[in-house]
Design a protein around this ligand. Structure first.
Ligand code: GLP
Length: 242
């Protein structure tokens, strides 16, 4: 879906998510959202918050699972994904914090924390709609290029490009964590619906590779070509290399 402006990306994605929440509620269940961090989905969260505050979206009982978390970063750090998700998703969307999950990057046993996370997603009934951003190198979550297309939640090393891109959120580049926990590409493919949002010319190359390139571990987002219900929503700038 190509729309004109970044704001149109946000309103399209918010209305899609809101429809899913309403449809799941109508079937007597509670929706499970997959949420992404980064700047790309922030407009979508603001648009969803607006729907909630106007009474057009009821998030009672809705749960959420984040894609990823840095390893070793205190949850109280403003850039930990625990903090970011609380600030940008849980609070504005009036979600019950007990129903919002982020991988445990402080666990003593990280592989066990990854297995537990997969189990929590399964126990919640799976993800109804997974919102995604895309890294300039084609990553989704923190599945960097060369990630196995069949990967599950696991410990990964961040690519240099990702650490450089995310350095703007930290006081100095050497404070950007080196490792992370991330849902795998197969975990993401398990979501019943995937919704990738991107704005701006900086994402144009990654979007072209993901949508029109070969399915390849070199562009992890290209795995969405294998999903039976994936939507990529971009503004004209992000669509400029298609
Ligand atoms: C981050 C996140 C991804 C996000 C991506 C793009 O590092 N782990 O989930 O999609 O990189 O970030 P942004 O939207 O700020 O460009």
């Amino acid at each position: 879906v190509i729309v004109e402006q970044p704001g149109d990306v946000a309103s399209f994605a918010a209305s899609r998510i809101s429809d899913v929440v309403a449809r799941v509620a109508a079937s007597g269940k509670r929706a499970v959202l997959g949420v992404a961090t980064g700047s790309s989905p922030l407009g979508t969260y603001r648009a969803l918050a607006e729907l909630v505050s106007r009474g057009h979206l009821d998030t009672t009982g809705v749960s959420a699972f984040a894609l990823d978390e840095y390893v070793g970063l205190d949850y109280a750090h403003p850039e930990s994904y625990h903090s970011v998700v609380t600030r940008t998703v849980t609070e504005p969307l009036a979600l019950d914090p007990r129903r919002v999950h982020v991988p445990d990057g402080l666990a003593d046993d990280l592989p066990a924390a990854c297995s537990r996370y997969e189990e929590q997603i399964r126990a919640a009934g799976g993800i109804d709609v997974q919102l995604l951003g895309i890294g300039a190198n084609g990553h989704i979550g923190f599945n960097e290029p060369t990630s196995s297309l069949n990967s599950r939640t696991r410990l990964k090393t961040l690519a240099k490009r990702t650490r450089d891109d995310n350095a703007r959120f930290f006081d100095s580049p050497d404070q950007v964590p080196i490792h992370c926990l991330t849902q795998g590409l197969a975990t993401i493919l398990d979501a019943r619906q995937a919704l990738l949002v991107a704005q701006g010319v900086g994402k144009a190359e990654a979007i072209a590779a993901a949508v029109e390139g070969p399915v390849s571990a070199m562009c992890p987002a290209s795995v969405l070509q294998l999903h039976s219900h994936a939507t990529v929503v971009v503004d004209e700038a992000a669509a400029s290399r298609l």
